[in-house]
Structures are given as structure tokens and as C-alpha cells.
Design a protein around this ligand. Structure first.
Ligand code: GLN
Length: 585
């Protein structure tokens, strides 16, 4: 009878192919008690910059769409402890987490795609691992043993992964079902060897059913005939296999869809079933990537590999489909002048660009960004022909003159303006110079000797201790009045928690004079001493924020200051604010 029933269940499962039944809550809980963490490892081959992060996040999205809880870990094999000291010119933006972690920008992708809140420990670097091993060595924890890459570094990596995978990141209790681990760099890099070895050991210890390896690779096209070349992928898979890791899936990046012949070749020479060769060809926007995976039934195959078919539900990507299609069909655009220091490389402001995109799409618009190097603007604000101006965050005095010019232009010409972190400090300097006639007004960051210190060094900790003086991570801002645009944009809230990354702040001693002249500080921290949000009176939209709202923007849930900027740039802000006042947005 049991066998029969079991058989009936299996046939139902197969018959329902796409419609995987949801287990009752009780059996799911029971299952969870016994189950182990399931790992999906994403490695990369052939070249860097393949979009491994987007691929790994999209795999997370399809698994989440099957009802599973997903967390993620990004491994960066470089020696830096974290991304905090790395130049955005070289490595793209430094992403900031709630807990103050300064991490690789891929963690931003995970947070946005999976709608989770990660911790600094979700970003592992060689620097962090060595630091933890060396600390233990100094404490004598290795009991006189020779401390070696294998087993001590590899053990530390495994322990780190296993314990961090258990941290809940989606606001629910208990660990996630699946942990997606992205190994940065390309297989074969010397610096990633200890990680590969640790992951091989992890695979061995957790077993077949709990580990799934997806290798992301490139299929280039050569010559006039345009043949899709599989050899580079074959070589990188061979390299991976030589290190003891056999991929279950290939995720092949290509310009055009993969032809059947290329798939067959890849399958035969890379030892991967055709059904497990996923193709991620170029798409109009990255929101299509989870859909591409779903269309190839990647979710089913991955669930099967991880023995999760019985606990998953039917894949539901309605929201993603709608979002991807809406974005494809938008024809109208809004011009945004972005006046910053690192404008040569869009990755340097990746989250700002994403936040603009989320806000624009909410208004059925496409962002058309005029990248303006602040240093080019030093004597010519005529370059600012856009519908609005955004001055993003930054460090150092390069381009400051141009940013001040941009803030002035926006203020005097009633052009909607958003200043983020450095951008807010710039607007204060500009206002103090032009309106309060403090000609030498400056930030201590740019001129430590200035007599008119309008932006000052205000560490949260010691003034004398120079290490860790940055104000990092989530801090609360209290709205001083419900009657300001910012509070309305933030859904009439009394406060908002946003992420910070700065050392300098508006000098509280000058706030009275600035406010009297019309620059109101409508958001402050809990002590009332730190200025968090400013609004210029009698201007359609002129807002500065000391925090970085871009880090918490999500697809479908645009960040308030960005939404305000886009609404103002397209003449929709007033109607929005009115609707907010009546409570019917
Ligand atoms: N350089 C400024 C400070 O440290 C602004 C920092 C930023 O824009 N992230 O305060």
C-alpha cells in the first residue's frame, strides 16, 4: 500500500512536471528539521566580466520563485580585507550594507535581485580569511602546529561558508534553504586556489544532494561565418576538473542563442548533459536573465540536483516578467545630468544608476544619463541641459568646483536637484558662499584651514583616534516636520533608516544661519546634531541627503529621493505629493 501510494505520488509529480506540489506546512517543517544547507556554487571561466554576479543572482531568483529561501555569499580572492579601500575607478563602487560592511558591488546585485539584507560576513576575501587564521595563530590556538594553507586556510574558508550560510537575510527566522556562493575571478587564478580546494572539500563533506556547481563561461564567435566556439569553455572545464570540481551545469554567455551543434559539443567534451547546458545570451535588460533560466527549466534541473523537487512550488516569475516587459516597452526618457568624479565608468556609481532606473520605471520612463565629469564643468554650466541634476557621493577635492557650479545652476534655475552625501555637502558649501556670502566657505576635507568651516569632521567615536572614523551603515533619520517633501516621499513616515558612508558633516553651528536663509534641515539624526536631509525652500525640488539612498532601492520599490527627483523632472511631483497628503498613493 505504501509503495502504491508512493508510486502514485511520484507519477503525480512527473505528470505535473511544471506543477510541483507544495508539501503541507507540517511536512515542510519536518523536512527542514532534518535537511542540510544546499549550496549552489557559481564559478567563472575564460574571461572576467561575464556577468557571473547577475547569473548567480538570477539563479537565486528562480529558486526563490520556487518558494525557497535563498541567501548568498560572494568570495573575492583578493588580499584586501574589504572593498572599503578600493578605488571605484578600478573596482567599481563600494557597496555599503546595513551593518556597515563595505563590500563588493555584486552584493548589491544579490540584495536587489533577492530582496535580502546581507551582512559583511557574506563577502569573504582572502584578507579576511588570513586575518582570522593569523589572529588564531597569535593566540596560540593551533597548539604549536605548523599553520598551513591546507588544512588551516581551507578549514577557515569552509567554516566561514558553513556558518555564514545560516544567517537569515530575508527577515524571517532560521536559515535559508539554499546558499548561492559566487567565486570571484576566473578558474585557474593563483589567488583563488585555496578557495577552490576548500569548496572541493565542502562538496565532498556535504555530499552530492547538497551541492550544485554551475560554471559560467563564454562562447565567443569568430570569423565571418560566425561560428560559436566551444574550445575556451572546454579548457576552463578541464581546468576545473583537474582541481577536483566537476560542473553539473554550464551557463554559457553568448551574444546570440546557442546553436544545437555547440550544445552537443559542450555536452560531449565537458561531460555535462545537454539539458544542463544553460544559455544566457544577450538580453535587452538584466531582468530577463531569470526568465531565460526559467524558460530553459533551469530551476527544475537545479532542484533535482539538490533533491529539492519535493519541497519546491511551481515557479512563479510573474512579477519579473511584468517588470522586464514593462521596461522593454518604455519609449519616453528623462535626461538626468550626473555630475561626479568617476563618470568614465558606470560601475563606479552602479547603485545610483540602478536606483535611477527603478525610479524612472516607476514613472514609465527610461533614464537617459548625461555623464558629466565634474572637472570638465569647472567653468561651463551650459553643459547642464538636462531635466534634473544629480551630484553623487565621492571623496577628495577633484571636481569639487564643477559640482559647486552644478548645485548653483540647479538652485538658481529651479532645476530639480539631488545631492547625495558629498553632493549634499557641496550644496551647503555653494549656498553658504552664494547666499550667506561666506566666500571661503568650505569643507574641512578640501581646506582644513578654512575660516568658514561649513562641513566639518564629526566622528561618532574618538576625535583623536584616526582609524575607523568613517560613519558607516544604517542610521536613523527623524523628520523634523511632516510638512516637507522628503517625509511625503518616504510615505509620510516619522523616520527612515538609510545607509551611510562618510566622515564629514554639516557644521551644526552654521545650521541656524542656513535655515534662516531658506535651506532647511528637515531630517536629522536622533541627537539632532547631525544633518541628514536638507530641502531648499521656494524651489520645485532641491534635496540633499547625507546618506546613500541608492543602496536600499529595489526593483518595484524605488528609493524615495530618486523617485522625487524623477517626478520633479517630469512635472509630476506636485500631484504625487497631493496624493500622499490625501493618503491614497
Ligand atoms: N567625502 C565626504 C565625507 O567623507 C563624502 C563621502 C561620500 O560621498 N560618500 O564625508
Amino acid at each position: 500500500m505504501w509503495i502504491l501510494r508512493r508510486y502514485a505520488f511520484c507519477t503525480f509529480t512527473r505528470a505535473a512536471a511544471q506543477q510541483i506540489p507544495v508539501l503541507s506546512r507540517v511536512s515542510r517543517e519536518k523536512y527542514k528539521e532534518k535537511r542540510r544547507m544546499k549550496y549552489v556554487l557559481v564559478t567563472g571561466g575564460v574571461v572576467s566580466g561575464l556577468g557571473k554576479g547577475v547569473t548567480a543572482s538570477s539563479i537565486g531568483v528562480v529558486l526563490k520563485a520556487c518558494g525557497l529561501r535563498v541567501t548568498s555569499i560572494k568570495i573575492d580572492p583578493y588580499l584586501n580585507t574589504d572593498a572599503g579601500t578600493m578605488s571605484p575607478f578600478e573596482h567599481g563602487e563600494v557597496f555599503v550594507l546595513d551593518d556597515g560592511g563595505e563590500v563588493d558591488l555584486d552584493l548589491g546585485n544579490y540584495e536587489r535581485f533577492l530582496d535580502v539584507t546581507l551582512t559583511k560576513d557574506n563577502n569573504i576575501t582572502t584578507g579576511k580569511i588570513y586575518q582570522s587564521v593569523l589572529e588564531k595563530e597569535r593566540k596560540g590556538d593551533y597548539l604549536g602546529k605548523t599553520v598551513q594553507v591546507v588544512p588551516h586556510i581551507t578549514d577557515a574558508i569552509k567554516d566561514w561558508i558553513e556558518s555564514v550560510s545560516l544567517i537569515p537575510v530575508d527577515g524571517k527566522e532560521g536559515p535559508a534553504d539554499v546558499c548561492v556562493i559566487e567565486l570571484g575571478g576566473t578558474v585557474g587564478d593563483i589567488e583563488s586556489m585555496p578557495f577552490i580546494e576548500a569548496l572541493r572539500q565542502l562538496y565532498f563533506s556535504v555530499g552530492q544532494d547538497n551541492f550544485c556547481l554551475i560554471h559560467v563561461s563564454l562562447i565567443p564567435v569568430l570569423g565571418v561565418v560566425g561560428e560559436q566556439k566551444t574550445k575556451p569553455t572546454q579548457h576552463s572545464v578541464r581546468e576545473l576538473r583537474a582541481l577536483g570540481l566537476i560542473p553539473h551545469f554550464l551557463a554559457c554567455r553568448s551574444a546570440q542563442p546557442l546553436v544545437e551543434n555547440a550544445k552537443q559539443k559542450l555536452s560531449q567534451f565537458c561531460h555535462v548533459p545537454v539539458a544542463n547546458i544553460l544559455n544566457i545570451h544577450d538580453v535587452p535588460n538584466i531582468w530577463h536573465v531569470p526568465l531565460l533560466l526559467r524558460n530553459q527549466s533551469a530551476h527544475d534541473a537545479i532542484l533535482k540536483q539538490l533533491d529539492l523537487l519535493s519541497v519546491a512550488r511551481h515557479v512563479d516569475l510573474q512579477e519579473w516578467t511584468r517588470r522586464a516587459e514593462t521596461s522593454d516597452n518604455i519609449t519616453k526618457s528623462v535626461r538626468i545630468a550626473m555630475v561626479g568624479k568617476y563618470v568614465g565608468l558606470t560601475d563606479s556609481y552602479l547603485s545610483v544608476v540602478k536606483a535611477l532606473m527603478h525610479a524612472c520605471i516607476a514613472c514609465s520612463l527610461k533614464p537617459s544619463i548625461d555623464w558629466i565629469a565634474a572637472s570638465d564643468l569647472e567653468d561651463d554650466s551650459a553643459k547642464l541641459g538636462a531635466a534634473c541634476v544629480l551630484v553623487p557621493g565621492g571623496f577628495g577635492d577633484r571636481g569639487v568646483k564643477g559640482m559647486i557650479l552644478a548645485a548653483r545652476y540647479a538652485r538658481e534655475n529651479s532645476v530639480p536637484f539631488l545631492g547625495i552625501c558629498l553632493g549634499m555637502q557641496i550644496s551647503v558649501i555653494e549656498f553658504a558662499r552664494s547666499v550667506l556670502h561666506l566666500d571661503k566657505a568650505n569643507s574641512e576635507e578640501f581646506d582644513p584651514q578654512t575660516p568658514d568651516r561649513v562641513v566639518i569632521f564629526m566622528p561618532e567615536g574618538s576625535k583623536t583616534h584616526m582609524g575607523s572614523t568613517m560613519r558607516l551603515g544604517s542610521r536613523r533619520t527623524l523628520f523634523q516636520t511632516p510638512d516637507c517633501i522628503a517625509a511625503k516621499l518616504y510615505n509620510n513616515s516619522e523616520y527612515v533608516d538609510e545607509r551611510h558612508r562618510h566622515r564629514y558633516e554639516v557644521n551644526p553651528d552654521i545650521v541656524g544661519s542656513l535655515e534662516e536663509a531658506g535651506l532647511k534641515f528637515v531630517g536629522r539624526d536622533e541627537s539632532g546634531k547631525r544633518m541628514e536631509i536638507l530641502e531648499l525652500q521656494d524651489h520645485p525640488f532641491y534635496i540633499g541627503v547625507q546618506f546613500h539612498p541608492e543602496f536600499k532601492s529595489r526593483p518595484g520599490r524605488p528609493s524615495a529621493p530618486f523617485l522625487g527627483l524623477v517626478l520633479a523632472a517630469t512635472g509630476q511631483l506636485e500631484a504625487f505629493v497631493k496624493r500622499q497628503q490625501n493618503g491614497n498613493v
